[in-house]
Design a protein around this ligand. Structure first.
Ligand SMILES: [Zn+2]
Length: 145
């Protein structure tokens, strides 16, 4: 699959995104496999695969990072060094275990929203305002916790 197929209507797009989210939640609830942690030498092998760079954003990895499943555990990915790549905690937490199609939609939506903001369209301004308020609330919640 090169690119997700654009549904015929907005309602179908919303329905498809909702279905992808529900499918992911179902995979999660089906998953009850314990996750053993990687040994120190396994983690070193994972980190060297990308010469100490995050496989998601490409940025250098300093201290804190996560071993990210390339094929998500909930999609049948193995818990072995071969199926891991290093990722920043932030990148990995946002990447989560979306299916390929859902992640591609998120990237497309995110890039489109970013473009609206940079082009300073009315919609872009509204999206930026809502996103900013959301982030302020989210970060305040995190500080309390
Ligand atoms: Zn990253």
């Amino acid at each position: 699959m090169d690119e997700p197929t654009l549904p015929a209507s907005i309602e179908e797009l919303i329905s498809q995104l909702t279905t992808l989210q529900l499918d992911r939640n179902q995979r999660h609830s089906n998953e009850r496999i314990s996750r053993r942690s990687l040994s120190k030498s396994d983690r070193a092998r994972v980190l060297e695969k990308t010469t100490k760079r995050c496989h998601i954003c490409g940025g250098p990895i300093d201290l804190r990072w996560q071993a990210d499943h390339v094929l998500a555990h909930s999609n049948g990915g193995q818990h072995s060094v071969e199926n891991f790549l290093p990722a920043h905690n932030l990148c990995n937490n946002y990447r989560w275990d979306y299916s390929q199609e859902e992640f591609q939609w998120i990237l497309k939506l995110g890039v489109w929203v970013r473009t609206q903001i940079v082009k300073r369209t009315l919609l872009g301004r509204q999206l930026a305002e809502h996103f900013f308020a959301y982030e302020v609330r989210r970060q305040a919640r995190r500080r309390k916790a």
